[in-house]
Design a protein around this ligand. Sequence first.
Ligand code: FE2
Length: 590
Amino acid sequence: MKILGITMGICSSAALFTDGKITASISEERFVKKKNYEGYPKHAVDFCLNFSGVSPDELDYIAFASSNVDPDYVITHSASNRTVADWIREMHEYWYPIFYGGQKRAYVDVFKDKIDFKQYPGNFEGFPFGSPDRIKFFTEFRKNIVVRHLKVPREKIVICEHHLSHAAYGLLGWPERRNNMLIFTADGFGDHSNASIRSFENDKFTLLYEADICNIGRLYRYITLLLGMKPGEDEYKVMGLAPYAKPLSYQRALDILEDTLYLDGVVFKYKTKPVDHYFWFREKFEGLRFDAIAGGLQKYVENLLVQWVKNAVNIYGISAVAFSGGVSLNVKANQEILRLGETTSLSVPGSGGDESLAMGAIFSVLLKRRVPLKEIEPVEHLYLGDKVSADEIENFIQKESLGAHYKITQITARDIAQLLAQGEIVGRFAGRMEFGQRALGNRSILANPSMPEVVKVINDIIKQRDFWMPFAPTILYEDCERYLYNPKNIYSPFMTIAFDTKPQAHKDLIAALHPADLTARPQMLKRSVNPDYYDIISEFKALTGIGGVLNTSFNLHGLPIVQSLPDILHLMKNSRLKYVALENLLLKKK
Ligand SMILES: [Fe+2]
């Protein structure tokens, strides 16, 4: 079966399923160079088909995620073109009147200046923006875009429910699959709900619970804004800030939150229902310090999710757990779920936000058509994007006269390891690009994790990360035992679960641990998954005795991860990064 998956909304993406597995997946943001781009992912669709050698007429289905996409957000680029100031404006001019003034303005009226009719497919003009019918209209409109782009029969397009797609990705987006699982989803909102629990037994999904009041994602989003950071993007910074707060300092914030959403079994309920998630909490949190708010919020979210999973495992009697949807990006909550006595395993597929709905929609179609699980390969790795060929590199070097500014030499894994051992920072661009928000070695900046000083150097020369934010390690699978407490022996390849670390890690990996609680959000790396990257770390281990490297995404602050040769050149021109390992060449700034 050949299925193309598409998601259009926050971080529009495409994926392709052929020969029993996902063969390609990529987000449109990489092509248009706008983080979280929400327009139709034309380039991503074209890439997935071309790379996999599949023509549109060979497709059995086109799985389009979500029945309920709001065109008002797409036309105003609400995910890719918002500053913190825009978000504040949205709160005051759009949401405040709704919640406190008894009146509603059309979203497109508030963001008139952001309307972009020119985006592909370029015929948004005359669309019923702001009208109640717009969402139904937009579903048909999205189908029309696909029909026009791919010249496929309309009947082949299947609209896939948002949370079912998240759940299907939760089940199949992880290398170690089980036929008896409990799958949780939670996010900001998608197709009328924001949380679900499903069981998967005997090749069949059963919906056990669905909610539209599990406002964990929404709460996190607006408290991110309250703390002066960007919703939909900076939630991980609030999570990174939380471990600095001690229980005494965050107790007040926790008390306020615990008076709101709570759990009765697996059912979310409210003690006191906040009028909204911004103004209401702004008033309640007045006078509380930023880290206390972050610490209280994180503790509250961990407690809720842990309680939810614990109660569900006890009620439904299934202890192998999977988690997907935007809230599954909370690696510290995932750590607590894994720690539970009730869970025997935890799967948290990579990039569980809406970008992975392209894969999730494909899986949901397969499962709905009762394709047996054994005929679907789970996602073993996320190296599903594009790559550049040796010829392209050679031509680019000539065309841009790179030799004038960079010393270019052949390089081996050993050479890269040597640079890292000496404390140099190296950008690596090799093989196929990783899908999703985490760089997993192929579009990564690498450094020696035993040197605390590299954190400042990386921040100074390129990343400009916030001062409290941790980096993360890639650890050779065979060395995880030395560094991580992992009593359930979980193989976690996508940096989606945090782990407590052992004393050896405090010595070897200190620059890639959270400075406050010394946890790590590791990428566990098996050689079979990415031999070239593995060999670099293996050589690094031979030189230093350290079985891991610091790995952070290869991008300039605020831009998506580098995707093309011009992207690398732009990054090198606009940063002080000295070394880039480009496939088997080393570019060293002269
Ligand atoms: Fe979602």
